[in-house]
Each structure stands twice: as structure tokens, then as C-alpha cells.
Write a protein that binds this ligand. Structure first.
Ligand code: HSE
Length: 298
């Protein structure tokens, strides 16, 4: 049996919703899997690092997911099509984690519960704000408490598109978390909880006039922006050219802007602002994905 799993990119945080909000986007990694007694990996575009089993996250997660079910993992023939740039804040590792867990459940004819999913997924990445939208699609709000994940999935307005300006350098989530403070001022906590709450209601009620202020943040962006040359200029360029709001995408370095029009104008302005700071970048205009990861038999 040959099966394919297609998993969307995600943008996490969306400004004030640090470690909480996530949104699935219409850019996909695909994993085509056949049973095998050895591990064979092909990657498109070719990536020799990922073709080594010891470096391949999908293979590691698949093995773990099979073992959790008491099955012995003998191997896999994997064709991995990577369309999501790696270590850019667009959830590329979440696609491998989600894809492998879904493939294992499908092959083992297992109904996957939330608890089973997160038990495996968190061993590789403890961030539901990327994992959930990659799995379920849409706009997700999640928290983890005492190892249990509580979440809601909401529809994101269809007329809003995400313009992602992707700089040509990588930043690992680990590096981007190292610069965060251990504590924040009480007033910053109030600042973010007000904005995050407003963001959810603005999305539900389509109050687009509130999105700009609702995406402001004091939890992570002020600390992370020193890792992203031109951060303030790119956000400003997006807003000045008609974006409803803009923020760092996940842990960065990609910057995401939301808009209902002027998509190319906004994207070009964001790329130009990066270039003025000596950073090459490209932009993509993406829809939001409603459905999340999909498994099919080929
Ligand atoms: N919320 C995480 C962070 C990234 O900003 O560090 C998403 O996995």
C-alpha cells in the first residue's frame, strides 16, 4: 500500500497569542510512504541531510508512533516533498510530526484520540500552536495544562489572506526562545491578554479595524527582533501598504501580514524593507487552510 499525507504550513502566535494561537496556511509538505524492510528516503528538492534516516524527523516520529502501538518498526520507503522552507517559522517540523502520526494511525487502523496524538507529538515538539493547525486546519487556540491539551478551532475569515515575507536565513525555535526573559512585567501581561482576547473577537466578528492593535505584542517580539534585521521596518511597510495587521510568524524569521487586498503591494514592500536591511527575502500570498492534514491511498 502506498499512502500520501499532505500537511499544511502554519503560522503561530499571530502577535499577542504567544504559544497559543496558530493558523494553517495553503502551503504543503507531502510525504508518500510505502512499507519496506529498510529505510529509503528520497527528498524533493534534494536534501542530502534529510535523506539520512538519523536526521529525518518523519522517520523518527513514525518509528515512535508504531512503537507506542506495540508494533515493531521495520522500515519505510519515504518520498518527502518539501515546499515549506525549513527553520523559518512556518511549521515545517510540525508537518513531519503530524504526517508521521497520521500515517501510523492509518496503517495501524487506529482511531487517533487527542491524547494519543499529543502524547507522541510532544516528545518531538511541545508546541500545540503549530501542531494543532497542521493537524486540524483553521485558526486554533490551545493550551497545555498538566500534560492535557485544551483547544478550540475557529474559522478564519475567507477574505483574509496571509502574506508571508520569508528571509533567506534560518532561525531555530530553540535559538529564538533563548532570548526570551524568564519573567515579564505585570503590565506586559495585561497588554497581551487584552490584545489576544480582542484578536479572537475581531476574527469572529470580522472587525478588521481592530486587528492591527490586537496583533501588538510585548511577550516575545521585542526580545526576538534583534535576531531579525529589519523587523520593525518590515512590519511598518506591511501596515503602510494596507495590511490589517502583521507579526513575527512563530519564532521567526518570517514575518506574516494579513490583508483583504493589495497583496502583492504589501509583499513587495515587505521584501524591499528586508532588502534595505541587507536581507534577501521572498514573499508568498497564502490562503488559510480549513481542513488540515489529509491522508489518502495512492
Ligand atoms: N510559539 C512558539 C514560539 C513557536 O514562538 O517560540 C511555535 O511552535
Amino acid at each position: 500500500m502506498k499512502i500520501k499525507v499532505k500537511v499544511p504550513a502554519t503560522t503561530a502566535n499571530l502577535g499577542a497569542g504567544f504559544d497559543t494561537f496558530g493558523l494553517a496556511l495553503s502551503l504543503y509538505n507531502e510525504f508518500i510512504v510505502e512499507e519496506s524492510n529498510s529505510i529509503e528516503i528520497e527528498t524533493y528538492p534534494k536534501n542530502e541531510f534529510l535523506e539520512k534516516p538519523e536526521n529525518n524527523l518523519f522517520v523518527h516520529v513514525l518509528k515512535k508512533a508504531c512503537e507506542e502501538k506495540g508494533k515493531t518498526f521495520h522500515g519505510v520507503k519515504l518520498k518527502q516533498i518539501n515546499n515549506i522552507p525549513v527553520a523559518r517559522g512556518l511549521g515545517s517540523s510540525a508537518t513531519a510530526i503530524v504526517g508521521a502520526i497520521l500515517v501510523s494511525a492509518f496503517v495501524n487502523k487506529q482511531e487517533l484520540t487527542d491524547d494519543e496524538f499529543f502524547k507522541i507529538a510532544y516528545q518531538f515538539e511541545p508546541h500545540p500552536d503549530n501542531l494543532l493547525p497542521a493537524w486540524k486546519g483553521g485558526f486554533t487556540i490551545a493550551l497545555m495544562d498538566n500534560k492535557k491539551t485544551y483547544y478550540q478551532k475557529l474559522d478564519f475569515p475567507e477574505d483574509i489572506k496571509a502574506i508571508v515575507a520569508i528571509p533567506d536565513f534560518q532561525l531555530s525555535t530553540e535559538e529564538a526562545r533563548k532570548v526570551l526573559p524568564k519573567e515579564i512585567p505585570f503590565s506586559d501581561g495585561i497588554f497581551n491578554v487584552q490584545r489576544a482576547s480582542l484578536f479572537v473577537s475581531a476574527i469572529m466578528e470580522k472587525r478588521y479595524d481592530l486587528i492591527k492593535i490586537a496583533m501588538e505584542d510585548k511577550f516575545h517580539q521585542p526580545y526576538r527582533k534583534k535576531l531579525i534585521p529589519g523587523f520593525d521596518d518590515v512590519i511598518k511597510a506591511a501596515l503602510q501598504n494596507g495590511a490589517l495587521g502583521a507579526s513575527l510568524s512563530g519564532a521567526g524569521p518570517t514575518i506574516v501580514a494579513f490583508a483583504t487586498e493589495n497583496f502583492d503591494k504589501i509583499g513587495q514592500a515587505m521584501v524591499l524593507a528586508f532588502e534595505k536591511n541587507n536581507i534577501k527575502a521572498e514573499y508568498k500570498i497564502l490562503e488559510t487552510d480549513k481542513e488540515g492534514a489529509k491522508v489518502e491511498i495512492l
